[in-house]
Design a protein around this ligand. Structure first.
Ligand SMILES: Cc1ncc(COP(=O)(O)O)c(C=O)c1O
Length: 396
């Protein structure tokens, strides 16, 4: 197993090298795909050592796999974590973490502004196991302490949020969570460890939908949880026995995606800045939600805890829902796809995807309307992306 990545290296170097060791004779320059479900034990003696927890051998790919280990070490190095476990999806990462930390009777405090799948997990699945979640509206985050009780085990944050790109102060909320003896976890999917390092800001655990920026090419469904070795040992056990492991080929795709993470993020952030500015000038566009604007409500927090303002931009069409729909249908370069974080620029319509079926009151609390359009900015040339947006807006 390769040594843990050296923490002194820069992120761009971690992206390429962390977890990988290529100095053997006849070593492949790239990580081999250990496409196997099981490993041969060299002897019964080794099996005995494995059973006693004394062996570093691989045994069964659901427990651990050499290709998967490389992906885990890369993400751990980027998040500044002691350990990481990768999973079959972001939801599998969340479920393993919640089940490892909470038991029946426990409570979770989280935000109303969450990825919709996470909200459904909190409201539809965890209650069946006796775990209750209190979701705090963004406008009430200042009073979050009211939502804690002596049963609260976990504070779960997501920042920037989807699709309104609101920002929550990780350092401040980590302090509050710890004051209430809660484990503090952050969904770092939108920012990536290139822009934001929740563990350094005081969080205990980071989770990712690696389907998004970490994979980066819209060809992989994966997740990750990172944190201290002690916590990750428990979470890995949960993944092991609930079966949400990532397969070797998926792990290889994740490794390959991670190699260019830093450079993709840098380019997409630069593109997002150009697109946000072009939208803001456009007469058919209302509010533009982008924490990079100095007057955006999340700007100061984003400046403090992120190294750039992200690759997502949301906006409202002045012509309401009809104009938003016409805009989306008129785009030629931007694909209508509900995911995000790939090299391709994509557009999504929250009202019919992440926020489908919500009441007017719920939408109001989330600050989402029929006019809201979400853009995941890719790495194409910014002039082409802006030209496509402008021709589509002209048709509204
Ligand atoms: C912020 C966030 N967290 C978690 C998830 C769930 O990840 P996955 O779709 O990989 O299960 C998503 C998916 O869209 C997401 O956007």
């Amino acid at each position: 197993m390769p040594d843990q990545a050296k923490p002194s290296l820069a992120d761009a170097t971690h992206c390429v090298h962390a977890g990988e060791e290529r100095h053997g004779t006849n070593a492949s320059l790239t990580t081999d795909i250990a496409q196997t479900s099981v490993f041969v034990m060299p002897s019964l003696d080794e099996l005995r050592r494995y059973a006693e927890g004394k062996s570093k051998s691989y045994m069964y790919s659901r427990y651990a796999n050499p290709t998967t280990t490389v992906a885990e070490q890369k993400i751990a190095a980027l998040e500044g974590a002691e350990a990481c476990v990768v999973t079959a999806s972001g939801m599998a990462a969340e479920l393993a973490m919640f089940m490892a930390i909470c038991e029946s009777g426990d409570e979770i405090v989280s935000m109303l502004d969450l990825y919709g799948g996470t909200t459904k997990l909190f409201q539809g699945v965890l209650p069946r196991f006796g775990i209750r979640t209190r979701l705090v509206p963004f406008t009430e985050l200042a009073e979050i302490e009211r939502y804690f009780s002596d049963r609260t085990r976990l504070l779960f944050l997501e920042t920037p949020t989807n699709p309104t790109l609101r920002c929550a102060d990780i350092r401040q909320f980590a302090e509050i969570g710890h004051r209430h003896n809660a484990v503090v976890a952050v969904d770092n999917t939108f920012a990536t460890p290139i822009l934001q390092k929740p563990l350094a800001l005081g969080a205990d655990i980071v989770i990712h939908s690696a389907t998004k920026y970490l994979g980066g090419h819209n060809d992989l469904t994966a997740g990750a949880v990172a944190g201290s070795r002690q916590r990750l040992d428990t979470i890995r056990e949960m993944v092991k026995f609930t079966g949400g492991c990532l397969d070797p080929l998926g792990s290889f795709l994740l490794i390959r995606g991670l190699k260019t993470l830093e450079i993709r993020v840098e380019r997409a952030c630069a593109n997002a800045r150009v697109i946000a500015a072009a939208l803001r000038k456009h007469p058919k566009v209302g509010r533009v939600l982008y924490p990079g604007f100095a007057d955006d409500p999340g700007h100061d927090i984003a400046r403090r805890q992120m190294s750039d303002f992200g690759m997502m931009v949301s906006f409202e069409t002045k012509g309401g829902g009809q104009a938003a729909e016409k805009f989306i249908d008129s785009l030629k370069l931007w694909y209508l796809a509900t995911s995000l974080g790939g090299v391709e620029s994509t557009v999504s319509y929250p009202l019919l995807s992440s926020h489908v079926g919500l009441t007017d009151e719920q939408l109001k609390l989330l600050d989402v309307s029929a006019a809201t359009v979400r853009l995941s900015v890719g790495i194409e040339h910014p002039a082409d992306l802006v030209a496509d947006i402008e021709q589509a807006l002209d048709r509204t």
